[in-house]
Design a protein around this ligand. Structure first.
Ligand code: ZN
Length: 286
């Protein structure tokens, strides 16, 4: 079986039942086993073994990330406005242990949300962390705001045994990957997949099927992997979005995933759900 998507998995016990109990959270801060996440340049710090770094609890960190066994895990908000450079994602993720990846994603998305949502979207006044950091409360108008998750569809369109993959302008040379786009308000996953493929590649599709998903904490996406059957293979590429898009045979995908000398394109990196989708597609054809 191909591996699950990076960032998927259970991560910490999120301790939802304690979030509304500030007295219990205060007691956890004094727990001898409590640990606080260490940050490095706007991202959770990773040690030489690829594991997240944890230190003693200092002060009153506002985020209760959950429990690792009996050990409560907290995080403060990282200093400053440093965020990971978009191009540095994959280098950082290549170092991160897969088992710690869900906690990395939760902490990074949550911390970035707090840093960018300090004011109430109803009345404009300052808000404060609430529920162990899983919401923000407005003391002025009473509104409570919850961390956002932005759904993105990412899909393999298939026609006659071949897959449609495309290149975005910022990709490294030779890289092709699954097409993707944000789900818009009022839209189902299926409709978003069909619309994006029509917009970016000019193809009509049918039989959209959900495959698997992946949290993507840059800043807070949920990647929703899908498969669609293309009704024809003639492409009209939106050159504002893509440098190129082409159909690839199973043999080409297998060779690219193996990184072999005859590869006709460079496959997405291990941390990308696009790679997981390709691996699952190849595996399903065995
Ligand atoms: Zn307000």
């Amino acid at each position: 079986m191909p591996p699950d998507a990076f960032f998927s998995g259970d991560g910490l016990d999120r301790a939802d039942h304690l979030r509304a109990d500030p007295v219990a959270i205060l007691a956890l801060l004094c727990d001898a086993e409590a640990r606080e996440l260490v940050w490095d340049n706007g991202a959770p710090a990773i040690d030489e073994h690829g594991k997240l770094r944890w230190g003693p609890v200092v002060g009153d960190p506002p985020l209760l990330l959950g429990f690792n066994g009996h050990s409560p895990r907290f995080s403060s908000l990282p200093d400053g406005t440093a965020t990971i450079d978009a191009r540095a994602h994959f280098q950082l993720l290549s170092l991160l242990d897969a088992e710690d990846a869900p906690t990395f994603a939760a902490a990074l998305s949550l911390a970035n949300w707090h840093r960018r949502h300090g004011h109430c979207s109803v009345c404009g006044k300052s808000t404060e962390p609430n529920r162990g950091g899983w919401s923000r409360q407005c003391p002025s108008c009473g509104a409570e705001h919850y961390p956002r998750v932005d759904p993105v569809v990412i899909m393999l369109a298939e026609h006659d045994g071949r897959l449609l993959l495309g290149r975005q302008p910022h990709y490294p040379p030779g890289r092709y990957s699954a097409l993707a786009g944000f789900v818009e308000p009022g839209e189902s996953i299926e409709a978003a997949v069909a619309r994006e493929l029509k917009e970016e590649a000019g193809i009509a599709v049918a039989n959209v099927r959900y495959l698997c998903s992946q949290p993507w904490p840059f800043p807070s996406s949920l990647m929703i992997g899908a498969h669609a059957e293309a009704l024809a293979d003639s492409l009209t590429i939106d050159t504002n979005e893509l440098d190129d898009a082409r159909w690839f045979s199973r043999e080409e995908v297998v060779e690219a995933l193996a990184g072999g000398p005859a590869a006709t394109f460079q496959a997405p990196p291990h941390s990308a759900i696009a790679r997981t989708l390709l691996e699952q597609w190849v595996d399903g054809l065995k």
